[in-house]
Ligand binder design. Structure first.
Ligand code: ATP
Ligand code: MG
Length: 206
C-alpha cells in the first residue's frame, strides 16, 4: 500500500501559511523519520496525513484514493500529547477497546499493567497514557502508523523496549511508519530514510 501527501498546505489564519507544497510518500513496510525544529509544523502535517484535519491545499491519498472518514481506519496516529488524544470521561479499558482488545502478551510487552484498564485517564501518568495510546493504535487493521513524539515521556530503557515491540509488529504486518522525533539517534537507528521538514515544505510564517 502507499500513503501519499500531495501538495499539502496548511493556512493557520488569513494568508499565513504554516507550510505549503508538501509532498511525502510512505510505503508499506518502510519507516520514514521526520525531523525539524520545534514549531515548524510537524504535528500539523501529521494531523493532515492521518486524516484528522482537512488540508487547506492538496490531498492525502491511500493507494490513489482519498481517505475514508468512516469505518475501517488504516491510518492510526499516536499523538505527541496523549491526554489530548483520549476522552477523559471514558475508562482506559473503553479507550483501548474502541478498536480492539490487545492480549496480555502485547500489554506486557508495552509495559502496561492490566489494573490500569479500570482507571480514568487522569489516574495515569503521561508516559503510562502514552503506552495506552500506542496499544490502541496497534489494532490489526492498522496499515500506517503516524508516531508523533510517541515515546518522549518514557525513560530510555522503557522507550527502547516499546520501540522494539512496535517495530516487531510493524515488520510482521508490513506496516508503514512515519516517525516524528527530535531524537536523531532514534531516527537514525530505526528509519529507512530521515527527512528534514524544511526540505519538503515552503513556509511563510515562523
Ligand atoms: N490552529 C492553529 N492556529 C494557530 N497556530 C497554530 C495552530 N496550530 C498550530 N499552530 C502553530 O503552528 C506551528 C506549528 O505547530 P506544530 O505543533 O505543528 O509544530 P511541531 O513542529 O510539531 O513542533 P514541536 O516539535 O514543538 O512538537 C506553531 O507555531 C503553532 O503555534
Ligand atoms: Mg509536534
Amino acid at each position: 500500500m502507499k500513503l501519499e501527501a500531495r501538495g499539502l498546505g496548511k493556512c493557520i489564519n488569513k494568508n499565513n501559511w504554516l507550510f505549503q507544497h508538501v509532498d511525502l510518500t510512505l510505503h508499506s513496510g518502510k519507516i520514514i523519520g521526520l525531523q525539524g525544529p520545534s514549531g515548524c509544523g510537524k504535528s500539523s502535517l501529521c494531523r493532515l496525513i492521518a486524516g484528522m484535519e482537512a488540508p487547506t491545499q492538496g490531498s492525502v491519498l491511500l493507494d490513489g484514493r482519498p481517505l475514508q472518514k468512516r469505518g475501517y481506519q488504516p491510518i492510526q496516529f499516536v499523538f505527541q500529547h496523549p491526554e489530548r488524544a483520549v476522552n477523559p470521561r471514558w475508562r482506559v479499558r473503553s479507550i483501548v477497546s474502541e478498536g480492539w482488545m490487545p492480549d496480555d502478551e502485547l500489554l506486557e510487552s508495552l509495559h502496561i499493567d492490566r489494573s490500569w484498564l479500570d482507571r480514568w485517564p487522569s489516574e495515569l501518568s503521561g508516559g503510562q497514557l502514552q503506552r495506552i495510546c500506542i496499544a490502541r493504535a496497534l489494532c490489526p487493521q492498522t496499515k500506517f502508523l503516524i508516531a508523533d513524539e510517541m515515546t518522549t515521556m518514557l525513560d530510555a530503557i522503557t522507550q527502547a523496549s516499546i520501540w522494539k515491540t512496535v517495530l516487531d509488529i510493524a515488520s510482521e504486518r508490513h506496516m508503514g511508519l512515519l516517525v516524528v522525533s527530535h531524537d536523531r539517534h532514534l531516527l537514525n537507528r530505526i528509519c529507512n530514510q530521515v527527512i528534514d521538514f524544511h526540505s519538503i515544505s515552503h513556509t511563510s510564517v515562523s
